[in-house]
Design a protein around this ligand. Structure first.
Ligand SMILES: C[S@@+](CC[C@H](N)C(=O)[O-])C[C@H]1O[C@@H](n2cnc3c(N)ncnc32)[C@H](O)[C@@H]1O
Ligand code: SF4
Length: 340
């Protein structure tokens, strides 16, 4: 991966935020039905676009090159479940060569990772984030909507380690009364592993998950519980806009994080764009609608990036901070379309 030689004027949005970070969904379908994201009673089993409805690899590469021209350097592939996208390592190989991309990562439920980890690593994928809400086999299956097995995920993690992925991030969405009794077990499992567990507050994303504030477990409560068992020390953020509050175990057993998306929103530093698998841009996780961009790709990356720069310079989203006020939009894009 190389630095971009002649970066054009990188746009700032109306709140002065640059475009550094892109979450790109490569597929909207998923083999799980997590209740907080894609509940089985609201999203049918055969949900998804046909192949023609998704951006092709050529289109994705043009899009990523266009974003990189504006200063985007952190790229995360997501879904739906990204490992369901056929030929993903070939796409990773192309994206790893795009000038300017310094960080190429993927978020996955890891159920199919055992068979893909080595090919993804060889293709140039640098970092992995794995979603894991429980270790107990029955609870894990229930949380995945009855579709997933913890053994497949553990096999995926082992394969990723063998393939050379280190410092894997594990995202655990904590819901009060659902999986909060697993929190200490999860922390104990990942302490000393070299990986980083992050607890995420259950968010009011999308419109189909029947979000209930009573199930949100504030990070400060979780922090107090973990700190009481294994004392913690706060760490500085790695970079501006980092969403997780980082803490180190005082006994040297590594790091743990807390993402307070509901109780301590962080719009002020948000440098992130999201693109759905059909090529629509969402400038906020809570956007009501996206801007279709697929038709812009045929004119090449330079034209595409000029249009994108214009859009970004008009961005003023800060939903999390407006949450609850009359100016907050009521409809939000579904999480499985924009990938977290
Ligand atoms: C939409 S998934 C897509 C990638 C992949 N299928 C996975 O689960 O890792 C990305 C992330 O969004 C998180 N997520 C989905 N709905 C959520 C919600 N209501 N609150 C908090 N996190 C959520 C998931 O836990 C996951 O870590
Ligand atoms: S969180 Fe990920 S694994 Fe769960 S339903 Fe959503 S897209 Fe699928």
């Amino acid at each position: 991966m190389s630095a971009l030689p002649h970066l054009p004027q990188a746009p700032l949005d109306r709140l002065g935020r640059p475009l550094h970070d892109l979450r790109l969904s490569v597929i909207e379908a998923c083999n799980f039905r997590c209740g907080y994201c894609m509940p089985a009673d609201r999203v049918p089993d055969d949900y998804g676009f046909d192949q023609a409805g998704r951006l092709s690899f050529d289109e994705i590469e043009t899009l990523v090159r266009g974003f990189a021209r504006l200063g985007m350097h952190k790229l995360r592939l997501t879904g739906g479940e990204p490992l369901l996208r056929k030929g993903l390592p070939a796409l990773v190989e192309r994206l790893a060569k795009v000038p300017g991309i310094t960080d190429l990562a993927m978020t996955t439920n890891a159920s199919l990772l055992a068979r893909h980890a080595q090919a993804l690593r060889d293709a140039g994928l640098q970092r992995l984030t794995i979603s894991l809400d429980a270790l107990d086999p029955d609870l894990f299956r229930m949380l995945s909507g009855g579709r997933g097995g913890i053994d497949d995920v553990l096999a995926g993690i082992a394969a990723a380690e063998r393939a050379g992925f280190s410092s894997i991030k594990f995202n655990c969405v904590v819901q009060r009364g659902v999986n909060d009794h697993e929190v200490e077990r999860m922390a104990a499992h990942f302490r000393g592993s070299g990986h980083v567990l992050r607890f995420i507050e259950y968010m009011d994303v999308g419109t189909c998950n029947g979000w209930d504030r009573a199930r949100v477990l504030p990070s400060r409560e979780l922090h107090a519980r973990i700190d009481a068992r294994w004392p913690l020390r706060a760490l500085d953020a790695n970079y501006r806009g980092e969403v997780a509050e980082r803490h180190a175990f005082l006994d040297g057993a590594g790091e743990i994080g807390f993402i307070s998306s509901v109780t301590a929103p962080f719009c002020g530093d948000c440098q992130r764009a999201r693109v759905s698998a059909d090529g629509s841009l969402y400038t906020c996780l809570f956007s009501g609608s996206g801007q279709p961009m697929r038709s812009w790709l045929g004119d090449g990356e330079a034209v595409f990036s000029a249009r994108l720069a214009d859009l970004w310079s008009r961005r003023a989203d800060r939903y999390s901070e407006l949450r609850g006020s009359v100016r907050a939009p009521r409809r939000h894009v579904e999480m499985f379309l924009v990938g977290g």
